[in-house]
Ligand binder design. Structure first.
Ligand SMILES: Cc1cc2nc3c(=O)[nH]c(=O)nc-3n(C[C@H](O)[C@H](O)[C@H](O)COP(=O)(O)OP(=O)(O)OC[C@H]3O[C@@H](n4cnc5c(N)ncnc54)[C@H](O)[C@@H]3O)c2cc1C
Length: 360
């Protein structure tokens, strides 16, 4: 998939006065292994796997090189969100400005609810409905979403129509290298790709879009990034723990987090204190400082809005255009977020920054 192309290496300052991003092409998979995997800070976003045919994840646990190590193309190191993250530089390139607030750069913020009765979303069904509008409007020709099997194991899907888009609705609280879906979409011939993912996955894809490197990886095909708020994600062992102690996974209709509890909705509702399942939190989550997916076009979460509504930040012009269009075409309705809701998001975002910076 990776072809040598015309690069801009050596450009110190581009038109517009931007300073060149670090390239680090001398550093490759062994460096990634030493600085990220061995330090247990890999977030399993899947960006390295998506953009290098020689890297795989073993049982969705950690990236591994599948051939003898003989080349240093360096993409894995350059794209990994955990090697280095020139946040201000990426913000200037994507948004034209740097953040002044813990919410990141944004243009507008709403509570959003789907107006489509057949969208059974995790919260307000905002993600599925905004993607449905973007597909209908021709802004994207596919959306890379995360569905699951009968046992809640995440599975990526390249959704090209409304029916398959709806299969992604609902939150899967399991680490999974979902960015590989972008590779699948490119291999399927998609030219305008939308992607939904966690803050680390959005960071990885923004690095792909902005890094100075000499390969053609199809970054111009990535047209829309919807990011999910995220305090933490869990290892697949959590699913075994739930199956062994609470309920068969095929009976579970929904997982959710409310306050200090992890909720399992089946015939009965099981409430598990988050403290009790701390050991299942992904090790790579401990250094993350991004709660609201600050680099996305649109960020979506549950906190800040009442039940059955989603909170969204529209961050880019394209993001705002999609929200506006989805309202006009009857996909979603929006209302203002109350001050109390914004206060809660702020507190959580600040807490995540503090604990992530402490652990790094
Ligand atoms: C691991 C995780 C942790 C989260 N933590 C928080 C939190 O702390 N606070 C908060 O306010 N919100 C959190 N969220 C977001 C929240 O659970 C909802 O996803 C969000 O409110 C969107 O709801 P919706 O009804 O608009 O989306 P829906 O219309 O239901 O669509 C959900 C979309 O999420 C995608 N998705 C589901 N699971 C995953 C996954 N594991 N990886 C990548 N994409 C996935 C699907 O592809 C789908 O497109 C978290 C989500 C995840 C996956």
């Amino acid at each position: 998939m990776i072809k040598k192309g015309v690069g801009k290496m050596g450009t110190e300052v581009e038109a517009g006065g931007y300073v060149k991003l670090p390239t680090f092409l001398e550093q490759g998979f062994l460096d990634l292994k030493r600085e990220v995997v061995a330090k247990r800070i890999c977030c399993l976003c899947g960006t390295c796997v998506a953009f290098c045919d020689k890297i795989k994840t073993v049982d969705a646990v950690e990236p591994e090189f599948v051939e003898d190590y003989d080349t240093v193309c360096g993409l894995c190191y350059a794209f990994c969100p955990r090697t280095f993250l020139p946040l201000s530089e990426i913000e200037r390139r994507i948004f034209g400005e740097e953040q002044k607030d813990v919410f990141g750069v944004y243009r507008s913020c709403y509570a959003v609810r789907s107006k489509k009765e057949d969208v059974k979303g995790q919260d307000g069904g905002a993600v599925t409905s905004l993607l449905a509008y973007a597909l209908e409007a021709g802004m994207i020709d596919c959306a890379v979403i995360t569905t699951s099997d009968d046992h809640w194991k995440p599975v990526t899907k390249v959704a090209k129509n409304y029916e398959s888009l709806k299969e992604g609705a609902g939150t899967k609280y399991t680490l999974y290298p979902g960015v590989v879906g972008v590779k699948e979409a490119m291999e399927a011939g998609c030219e305008n790709i939308g992607f939904v993912g966690l803050p680390c996955q959005i960071q990885g894809l923004r690095k792909v879009q902005t890094a100075e490197q000499p390969y053609e990886v199809g970054k111009e095909k990535i047209k829309l990034l919807i990011g999910l708020f995220c305090m933490e994600n869990f290892k697949a062992d959590l699913l075994d723990f739930i199956a062994n102690n609470y309920v068969k996974l095929e009976k579970v209709r929904k997982f959710d987090i409310k306050g200090k509890d992890f909720l399992v909705h089946a015939d009965e509702k099981h409430s598990i204190p988050l403290d009790e399942i701390k050991k299942y939190v992904g090790e790579g989550c401990s250094v993350c400082v991004d709660y609201t997916a600050e680099l996305a076009d649109i960020s979506v979460g549950s906190v800040g809005s009442e039940d059955a509504w989603s909170t969204i930040f529209a961050r880019t012009e394209r993001g705002e255009e999609i929200v506006r269009g989805a309202v006009e075409k009857g996909y979603v309705e929006v209302k203002e977020i109350e001050k109390k809701g914004l206060g809660l998001i702020r507190r959580l975002a600040e807490n995540k920054r503090k604990s992530g910076e402490k652990d790094y």
